[in-house]
Design a protein. Structure first.
Length: 277
């Protein structure tokens, strides 16, 4: 069992179908919520998913590396050798485990069909009128890089979440919208400084914050933009990142509380030992 991931992947059994094709029984388990998704997939089905994911990662300019998908046997067909089938089963199980460690791809529609349902999801209605409102109310420096805190408010569904991001990530978001031929719905994206570094000048940082806020508010109130697959992914991903951050904070609080209880118990035990002597 894999214990250092939110998800556990298991392929415990496999069967041959009427065409002698090997069908693997894949289980994806959310170790936090206990939710389970059970699927029956052939090697070809899984390989097709991997190829589609590669295309989406490239299309959306995601800065991630997918795990290597198990290759075909170059000499003999795998489904004619039981040991090769078992080895492939193990490789595929490991592939999905590694795949599900990549948070940035978990909001892709391709992944939603394999991930057990959990957490919060966003459904953007066709008659969306009020869109998403964004407030960038603060920023911080981490290793000399500026991170902006974007508070997203879904006015129609009365939801709110926070997304911490850099200028470069929002620039990639903008470029992907241009790739999707949505330029006519956008206002100008704030450009980089030609001379000097923005992070060294507080006034420049403040101007960039204001322009990024205006840009996001304009973009995320355009119905033609909200209805694109990429923007639905982007919004869902920002929500999922917030959910994972909240969960991590909750887990750390529980750990601290348990450590304190253990420490207190050890002190009591030490006192009892001293008294007994």
């Amino acid at each position: 069992m894999h214990s250092n991931n939110t998800y556990e992947s298991k392929i415990s059994i496999y069967r041959r179908d009427k065409n002698n094709k090997i069908i693997y029984y894949l289980l994806i388990i959310n170790r936090i919520t206990g939710a389970v998704n059970s699927m029956r997939k052939s090697y070809s089905d899984m390989r097709d998913l991997h190829v589609k994911l590669e295309k989406k990662v490239k299309e959306y300019r995601l800065d991630v590396y997918l795990p290597i998908f198990p290759g075909r046997s170059l000499i003999n067909k795998t489904n004619k050798d039981e040991q090769k089938i078992i080895n492939r089963k193990i490789e595929l199980q490991q592939y999905f485990y590694d795949l599900l460690k990549i948070n940035k791809i978990q909001s892709l529609d391709l992944m939603k069909e394999i991930i057990p349902k959990f957490g919060i999801t966003l459904q953007i209605a066709n008659n969306q009128e009020e869109g998403i409102h964004v407030v960038i109310d603060r920023y911080t420096y981490i290793y000399q890089a500026i991170y902006f805190y974007c508070t997203f408010r879904d006015l129609q569904n009365n939801e709110q979440w926070i997304y911490k991001t850099r200028y470069s990530a929002l620039k990639t978001f903008h470029q992907t919208l241009l790739d999707n031929k949505l330029k006519k719905y956008l206002i100008e994206f704030p450009s980089r400084k030609i001379f000097g570094i923005t992070s060294e000048n507080p006034d420049s940082v403040e101007k960039r914050r204001q322009k990024l806020e205006s840009y996001l508010n304009h973009a995320l109130q355009q119905e033609n933009i909200l209805q694109t697959e990429f923007v639905k992914y982007f919004i869902q991903d920002t929500k999922n990142q917030y959910y994972l951050f909240q969960q991590k904070g909750h887990d750390e609080k529980i750990k601290i509380r348990n450590d304190q209880k253990t420490s207190y118990s050890n002190v009591q035990l030490s006192q009892v030992v001293k008294i007994s002597h």
